[in-house]
Design a protein around this ligand. Sequence first.
Ligand code: COA
Ligand code: AMP
Length: 624
Amino acid sequence: MSYLQEYQKSLASPEAFWREKARALAWYQAPETILAKDQYGIDRWFVDAEMNSCYMAVDVHIEQGYGDQIALHYDSPVTGTKQSFSYTQLRDDVARCAGALVALGVGRGDRVIIYMPMIPQAVIAMLACARIGAIHSVVFGGFSAAELAIRIDDAQPSVILTASCGIEIDKIIAYKPMLDEAIRVARHKPKHCLVYQRSIAPAELVAQRDIDWQAALDDAIPADCVAVKATDPLYILYTSGTTGKPKGVVRDNGGHAVAMHYSMRAVYNMQRGDVFWAASDVGWVVGHSYIVYAPLIAGVTSILYEGKPVRTPDAGAFWRVIEEYQVNAIFAAPTAFRAIKKSDPESALLNPYNLSSLRTVFMAGERLDPPTYHWIKNLLGLPVIDHWWQTETGWAICANLMGIESKPVKAGSATLPVPGFDVHILDQNGDQVASNEQGSVAIKLPLPPGCLTTIWGDVERFKQSYLSVFPGYYVSGDGGYKDEEGYVFIMGRTDDVINVAGHRLSTGEMEEVIAAHSAVAECAVVGIQCELKGQQPVALVILKDGQTMSHGKIELELVAKVREKIGAVACLKTVKIVQQLPKTRSGKILRKLIRQIADGENYLLPSTIDDPTSIGIITQAFQR
Ligand code: COA
Ligand code: AMP
């Protein structure tokens, strides 16, 4: 079937389309009602079906005779460890972990926070939650104790699963003290923490509350999969919005499983026995979807890589992993390849490796900039596919569908809408714009299966943030355009979200931290261009009158505060103290203008600007 036929079918009769796709999965009770509105008027998929995501990802393969197939390769250059799990081994470990959770009183609908590095226990923990119908919420290790506390208070977990430490390029990150601090700060107190002790840096356990992972699993009675409703939440994943409070994106079980299964074939052209490597982290949506659920549901071998593209030990690491595990497709953020290019510009570290297994390179997390596209394309001589998606959607909104029909690539474009996503470019009145004209990228409802169903505990915020701007549409928060052939070009966020090394961060949240400093009168944080990480945050700060602290000390304190409150991953390294910020006459800070000045772009002087002399002040600040 051609792309156009498949796409048109998905929009013309979504229910028939997704009914057919759902047939490929092993439901306990297959769906009869494919699409219906819930009590809040939100579209829900497969409302009468029953299933279990862990069963679909693990157990079913054993029942079908594939128990010995490798489900997961764990490769950890930072510890020198490699371990492979067959589907049977994975099932046994997951069932024990699930049993340990049951013994701690965790059941269907209970929340479990997973704060772990890239180790197999993180994947086992996620699947164990799914197995017993508990809702997992994985928190990325690069977040601070304060951020973790926010998530603990929002999700109210009965149990938290963690590891004693994570290992970054050249340092050990002690997770346990961060968890202890988060629990101290949080209003909600989990009953228990299950702690996986890593020999490199074991943690002290808090009596009564903390339990040693290994001991708990050794004692556990393996738990079987329980039936849940397709509409029950599988997980909550927090993502940056425009305020300090992250949004808990809720993903259901049934729609998610169907989308994961379909996308593995349609988008990535992967089938049973293939090897897929998403070089991301389980703390991000890419890790949820394409390290854990999608490959496993599709019977594809997945790779869990605890390392970086460079310096673990060198820029040949990606090529080594591809050869060693005979990877068929890799999925990474462009920033990872920019890091490799910077570290090994002549690609000398590619030479020792045989990459003949590799068929396709997929990129997402940020726009694949044309220079990086051309570099990797020329280096490998393989299809390099940019595809656009978000935590909210859980899978690609636009892509070049390698499993349906490979289209010519246009550098800078995420190609065409994926079946199920009716993508439109709208002006501020909600009207369609002409080809090649920029606007807000919106998706006409219903969203296909797999997309968020609400914000945890706050359906009004869900409606307000995504559904009310353009009635009948989901608003993505990204700006972009379609060319005359319908190719979609995503050009960046239209809100206060920035993208640093493929990590989504809120400048609004950083501003809240900075504004809380006693010396600060006002501030603006903008994301400016960075050759390696795509964007990097810079804070512009106006000080209160009469304060006596040196500028240098204030700058250091602000950098440290953002790291403490948000985490190392925020990467705010530059603070500029200024006398004035450009504002409109109504007092709104002109952040876009600041960014344009910083990036040396041409800009139009907004007619609403209050005091044009502020432009000179900002220009000078970025020349310092
Ligand atoms: N746990 C604890 N700390 C973490 C962490 C984790 N899981 N991940 C990152 N950090 C820390 C880093 O140690 C670093 O701390 P530092 O300021 O003390 O050095 C900080 O957060 C910033 O990390 P990062 O943005 O990863 O920068 P880096 O210089 O260490 O590495 C790259 C740069 C480009 C190699 C790296 O960002 C990368 O591999 N990016 C790919 C991103 C990706 O996969 N995104 C997922 C979307 S697909
Ligand atoms: P996250 O929710 O962390 O996955 O980040 C989603 C955001 O990253 C999107 O809203 C975009 O701004 C950006 N993004 C992700 N993939 C792409 C891409 N292929 N092209 C352009 N922007 C992207």
